[in-house]
Unconditional design. Structure first.
Length: 51
């Protein structure tokens, strides 16, 4: 997974987050509604014990 972050996402983030990037006008949703974020929390200690 770290290789994906290093080789793919890291170089792409400069382009994606730039003012001229593909999401330069993302704050204008045009009446669309975003879905609710997925719930998250701290996993139980048993989860880490099994790793």
């Amino acid at each position: 997974m770290a290789v994906i972050f290093r080789d793919h996402l890291d170089p792409a983030m400069n382009v994606i987050t730039s003012p001229e990037g593909p999401f330069w006008k993302a704050e204008d949703l045009g009446g669309r509604q975003l879905p609710q974020p997925w719930p998250s929390g701290t996993p139980d200690a048993e989860f880490y014990a099994s790793l």
